[in-house]
Write a new protein. Structure first.
Length: 92
């Protein structure tokens, strides 16, 4: 959350007391799928006063181009990939 607030502060305009949400996106990578929905809810609740929206992007749910554009925070999960030269599955 501190990293998100730090990024927001970089786009804060003191004269208008607004944050230019069009200039940045936050991508939060959750360690497991069950945590994605929880974090979307948490971010949405905490950042609602700043008009920031969170979107969920996993294998079970997709976002349209418009939803991606509107979302300030995209919450996804890490994906395991198979590397043919490795003897086990690894995360990239």
């Amino acid at each position: 959350m501190l990293a998100i607030l730090n990024e927001m502060s970089k786009h804060f305009h003191p004269d208008t007391k607004t944050i230019d949400l069009a200039l940045f996106k936050v991508v939060y990578i959750a360690p497991m799928k069950a945590l994605v929905q929880e974090m979307v809810g948490s971010f949405s609740k905490r950042l609602k006063p700043y008009d920031m929206e969170a979107g969920e992007l996993t294998g079970d749910s997709q976002l349209t181009k418009q939803q991606i554009t509107q979302a300030s925070i995209i919450v996804t999960r890490e994906v395991g990939c198979y590397h043919p030269e490795a003897d086990r599955h690894e995360l990239y």
